[in-house]
Write a protein that binds this ligand. Structure first.
Ligand code: IFM
Length: 463
């Protein structure tokens, strides 16, 4: 079966994970600069100081994308490069970099899909409370307007946030992502202010960008598989925190009852002000879905040690505030290098459920891919495991399209190996290998395979 006309094949990256050049041309520190420089927070003490040096290798990377035949490229913009102090003065050099990127994409026939926030909050704003305070959402709207004014004549799709679940819960509850805070109430305030930032930014963008631009948000929606008698109850609790906490306000204008119930012992949500939900509930043109794996859940019966195989680098604190009694059971293998299971049926289930709940809202898989311990042989990476992973998930996308689900595209994570947050450079997700000593880029077998899928618009027969 061929992918439908108009279905977009792309790849995705994020600013802090690839750019490097963290203190050049006026960029100021983000929370990830601070966090990664804090001993013990990132494996090997790795930082994004150099990363893939994409900032200096823009043309080479654009040519690489063109050589793969990419139809779209999803990148993120570093707020501290554009407005280094978080609010106020605009750094033209920062905007110029993204303007060159967008022009370079268009010149090569690649559609720019820009994300405004992929976790690199200006540190100065974190010092004022970060996402726990409303003023950060307001500053985000101003930043969105600035970027929209500069690039809005050329960017095709605007994405406000990438995976606010990670920013809120991994950053402020589990503390395994920047800013490294372990405070359940703070994480719930962060959820709300990220949601508010999304709504305010969409309003600002709509006023300044070209009329045919599209608007979206990218969520890492979770697939929870209930286990045993208590599985459904466990699923209801974590689905409220993980999925409905964002889908509810953004697409339905409400925080779901389950969410309020699960978090009752932590907050009465009085930080939600009148009119906020209306602001958050802005129309979008496409919902970005990031999917990698699924989880098995049930309620902990109190006996033995609670299993916490939630796949999110659990520290001592949980990223599930209020749902501490939910147990994440180990999943069936094989697993990727992240320890995540491989469950393409989960992607089918997720896309199907979304299309049933939100009929008429197009979906886009804005991230999917896998880290594997690549081996270089004769200068090549024969990553059959990654090809198999991507092939099976693309097959899942085809299956749901055949059943009438409106999926508009697929972006592989990631274009090239990069800084994998708390795992530093130890996890490789790229379809292109980066040699971190020489910064040389080499296409893996998966890159050649993906290029062929794009060229033929079909999945090759399984060998
Ligand atoms: O690398 C991340 C990306 O930044 C957000 N989504 C998941 C990827 C793999 O962990």
């Amino acid at each position: 079966m061929a992918f439908p006309d108009g279905f977009l094949f792309g790849s995705a990256t994020a600013s802090y994970q690839i750019e490097g050049a963290v203190d050049e041309d006026g960029r100021r520190p983000s929370i990830w600069d601070t966090f990664s420089r804090t001993p013990g927070k990132v494996v090997n003490g790795d930082t994004g100081d150099v990363a893939d040096d994409h900032y200096h290798r823009l043309d080479e990377d654009l040519d690489l994308m063109a050589s793969l035949g990419l139809e779209a490229y999803r990148f993120s913009i570093a707020w501290p490069r554009v407005i280094p102090e978080g609010r106020g003065a605009v750094n033209q050099a920062g905007l110029d970099f993204y303007s060159r990127l967008v022009d370079g994409l268009l010149a090569r026939g690649i559609r720019p899909v820009a994300t405004l926030y992929h976790w690199d909050l200006p540190q100065v704003l974190e010092d004022e409370g970060g996402w726990t305070v409303r003023s950060t959402a307001e500053a985000f709207a101003d930043y969105a307007r600035v970027v929209g004014q500069a690039l809005g004549d050329r960017v095709h799709t605007w994405t406000t946030l990438n995976e606010p679940w990670c920013a809120a819960y991994l950053g402020y509850a589990a503390g395994v992502h920047a800013p490294g805070i372990t405070d359940r109430l703070a994480s719930l305030k962060a959820v709300h202010h990220l949601n508010l930032a999304h709504g305010l930014a969409l309003k600002a963008l709509r006023e300044v960008v070209k009329p045919d631009a599209e608007f979206s948000v990218t969520l890492n929606l979770h697939v929870f598989r209930p286990v045993g008698d208590t599985g459904l109850d466990a699923q209801r609790r974590v689905a409220a925190l993980g999925n409905a906490a964002f889908l509810g306000p953004m697409l339905e204008g409400v925080y779901p009852t389950d969410m309020l119930e699960v978090t009752r012992s932590i907050t009465d949500w009085s930080f939600v002000e009148e009119g906020d939900l209306e602001t958050i509930n802005q129309p979008i043109d496409v919902l970005g879905v990031n999917y990698y794996s699924s989880s098995n859940v049930r309620l902990w019966d109190g006996a033995g040690e609670r299993s916490r195989a939630d796949g999110h680098n659990a520290g001592t604190a949980t990223p599930w505030p209020g749902a501490e009694d939910v147990e994440f059971l180990p999943t069936e293998g094989p697993h990727t290098d992240m320890g995540w299971n491989i469950d393409p049926a989960g992607l089918e289930d997720l896309l199907t459920a979304l299309s049933e709940r939100y009929p008429g809202l197009p979906l886009m898989v804005t991230e999917n891919g896998a880290a594997f311990p690549d081996e270089v042989r004769d200068g090549r990476v024969h990553d059959a495991d990654r090809i198999d992973y991507v092939r099976r998930h693309l097959q899942a996308v085809q299956n749901v399209i055949a059943r009438g689900v409106d999926v508009r595209g697929y972006f592989v994570w990631s274009l090239m190996d990069n800084f994998e947050w708390a795992f530093g450079y130890t996890k490789r997700f790229g379809i292109v290998r980066v040699d971190y000593d020489t910064l040389e880029r080499t296409r893996k077998d998966s890159a050649d395979w993906f290029a062929e899928v794009i060229r033929t618009r079909e999945l090759p027969e399984t060998p």
